[in-house]
Write a protein that binds this ligand. Structure first.
Ligand code: SF4
Length: 678
């Protein structure tokens, strides 16, 4: 007999919009998703990825038992055997030098799991070496916003503000394919007469009236040129008191229209039109995606966008200024609560004595017992098998998603012990010594924070299958197995959540005024500092959270990147998500691994559409079919990163932004040639 049907309202896990939907259940299993009109962000829409997320929950490949590698093979074991193995292999490392253990988290984790993972690494295990896959996603924009304003909330305004803008510059932001509901706000702006300019080496789909296709890595030159022209036209009026203005303007004073046009590979007339549009707009808005950010100069490039928005007087105005479009499911919350190598919960800084003391007191440990700043994500992988002997990976697939993936796989293989907590057998999980089956989005409680800093409830609708356990319980189990469980005993999830909210009190990302009960009624944009606080739609106002309260503008070196015959850029396509562990298994979601290139580029390299192409980058090579399309500008090749042996075989394992440690995903120099099989 059928169980009573029930409906649970929760949030989609597959991108940072975090659309709300109703999950309909029968006999305890999710059978249907319907969008909800009450959703504060998507207004009753759910994209095809969100709809398809249903079938992942009980996929036939779902991990339902711990797996332990015995004689080279992963075999199902009991939890007791799994945890005993963890204790036997990791315990001695912790006893001799805890830094030998690395922890790698994910922007897919809820805020509570993010908090718990950071606490587990630093308080439980005592290692400084924790970082997460958001390092590969948001770190440049986060670093740039932090250094100018002491605060990092991707969008310092509700999405609805976008509709107020009259000029929207999209820098490397593929909104239509990666954040579909955001298109409704662009459309509303366009319907009111706004111009939309897509600045991207690829003509991605969307509503733009103007397409500008610069070479990868040259966005800072465009922003610098606009700033210099506006200065010459007398159109600058800083948004608020700021330090560094003279230095910023001096850094761009030698930029000329023709010089920048040549460096960027675009027409000078198009750049002049862009500058005039910006100067004449009442509320220009600059939105960046990963295009300008995943560069070796990603932080400086974002600073150049901030400088333009700030000095032209639009920063912080509803509908104008600058914002970055966070991508991962909990990319915003995931970077706020302690899984970054330099950060404590509530967006506190590990190097700040007052922040350290607060968290030490909160956790009841000596301040001197808190480790310092550890290795960043890619540095952590490259240290595997050397000073890092064991690694815990949760909710991430670096064997595919890390740059220079072949080299990263070599390093993972050199570890003494690799532990993966995941829900499906990712490529990384299949390399592990111990695989622990965790929980999916519909099987857990928690909160997530979307791209506009909006905190929302995730509600449990189903139980985990088989022997799988909720992730937060697994983290506590590991602490206890290692004999370090004293501070990892929670009677239930509510106790963990209450501790998490309290830990953020007074931090930059303060959630202390939140509770599950308040979030049942509505969503809130942080900071929310007490239990009657209404939330903060616009957090970027002076005085800023800098030592002086003034903005700190950073001059940016206006260097032209070396010109290559063929430059790689990487990115997402509509139907897939991240390294594809879930979405590649979903027959309803399409897409193939290929290399997209302009007909002129194909001609130069003697290639034809559909032909297998051998591509080689700084740290590896792969072979992909050519997809010849005019949508990619000449001299650039685009490869999506959702498949193994595709984009990240070609990216550099070692080229990192010096400020954010972001890898240069979008500017590797490539060689391309036809295979003999052509
Ligand atoms: Fe919404 Fe993003 Fe999920 Fe699509 S993938 S339903 S846009 S949250």
């Amino acid at each position: 007999m059928k169980d009573v049907s029930k409906t649970v309202r929760t949030t989609c896990p597959y991108c940072a919009v975090q659309c709300n939907f109703d999950l309909h259940l029968e006999d305890g299993l999710a059978v249907k998703i319907t969008p909800t009109k009450e959703c504060a962000v998507a207004g009753g829409t759910v994209c095809k990825k969100g709809l398809a997320s249903l079938s992942d929950l009980r996929h036939k490949d779902r991990l339902t038992s711990p797996l332990l590698r015995v004689n080279g093979e992963l075999r199902p074991v009991s939890w007791q055997e799994a945890l005993d193995a963890f204790a036997a292999r990791v315990g001695p490392l912790l006893d001799s030098d805890p830094a030998q253990l690395g922890v790698f988290g994910s922007g897919a984790l809820t805020n509570e799991k993010t908090y718990l993972l950071g606490k587990l690494a630093r308080v439980g295990f005592g290692t400084p070496n924790i970082d997460y896959n958001g390092r590969f996603c948001m770190s440049s924009a986060a670093t740039a916003m932090n250094r100018s304003f002491g605060l990092d909330r991707g969008l310092g305004f509700p999405l609805a503000d976008i509709a107020k803008s009259d000029l929207i510059l999209l820098f490397g932001a593929n909104v239509a394919e990666t954040l579909p509901p955001v298109m409704q706000y662009l459309k509303a702006a366009k319907d009111r007469g706004a111009r939309i300019v897509n600045i991207d080496p690829r003509a991605t789909p969307g509503l733009a009236q103007v397409q500008l296709s610069p070479l990868p890595g040259t966005d800072h030159l465009i922003a610098g040129l606009l700033l210099n022209l506006l200065n010459g036209w007398g159109r600058l009026r800083p948004s608020a008191p700021a330090d560094g203005t003279d230095e910023v303007l001096a850094a761009v004073q030698d930029l000329t229209l023709n010089g920048v046009a040549e460096s960027c590979g675009v027409d000078a007339a198009d750049l002049l039109r862009l500058a005039r549009s910006y100067a004449q707009a009442h509320l220009p808005l600059i939105l960046s995606g990963r295009g300008p950010e995943q560069q070796v100069n990603g932080t400086d490039t974002v600073s150049s966008l901030i400088n333009l928005a700030f000095l032209s007087g639009h920063f912080g105005r509803p509908g104008g200024g600058y914002g970055t479009l966070t991508g991962q499911g909990n990319g915003q919350g995931g970077r706020e609560h302690g899984q970054k190598n330099d950060q404590l919960p509530g967006y506190r800084h590990l190097k700040d004595p007052a922040d350290r003391q607060f968290m030490a007191d909160f956790w009841g440990v000596p301040e001197t017992g808190l480790p310092g700043v550890g290795l960043s994500a890619q540095e952590l992988f490259l240290a595997c098998g050397e000073e890092v002997r064991a690694l815990i990976v949760i909710g991430s697939n670096p064997a595919v998603s890390a740059p220079g993936a072949a080299r990263v796989r070599e390093r993972l293989a050199a570890l003494d012990f690799l532990v993966v907590i995941d829900v499906l057998p990712s490529e990384t999980a299949m390399m592990a010594d111990l695989v622990l089956p965790g929980s999916m989005w519909a099987e857990e409680e928690g909160t997530t924070t979307n791209l506009e800093g909006r905190v929302q409830r995730r509600r449990r609708a189903m139980t985990v299958p088989g022997l799988a356990r909720e992730d937060w319980r697994i983290m506590c189990d590991l602490a206890h197995a290692a004999g370090r469980g004293e501070k990892f005993t929670y009677p239930d999830f509510a106790a963990l959540q209450a501790e998490f909210f309290a830990a953020t009190r007074g931090g930059r990302a303060d959630y202390s005024g939140l509770s599950a009960a308040r979030l049942d009624v509505q969503t809130y944009q942080w900071p929310v500092t007490h239990d009657a606080h209404p939330g903060t739609p616009h957090p970027y106002f002076a005085p800023y959270r800098t030592p002086t309260g003034r903005a700190r503008l950073h001059p940016v070196a206006m260097q032209t990147p070396p010109r290559a015959a063929l430059t790689l850029t990487t990115g997402r396509i509509a139907g897939q998500y991240q390294s594809g562990t879930q979405t590649r298994r979903n027959p309803g979601l399409k897409g193939v691994a290929d290399v997209q290139m302009h007909p002129d580029t194909a001609r130069v390299h003697g290639l034809m559409h559909g032909q297998p192409v051998v591509l080689s980058g700084p740290d590896g090579e792969t072979t992909l079919p050519a997809n010849v399309t005019p949508k990619v500008r000449p001299g650039v090749a685009f490869v999506a990163f959702h498949w193994p042996f595709s984009a990240n075989e070609l990216t550099s394992a070692t080229t990192l932004d010096p400020h954010s440690r972001m890898p240069a995903f979008k500017s590797a120099v490539l060689n391309a040639s036809a295979t003999s099989r052509a």
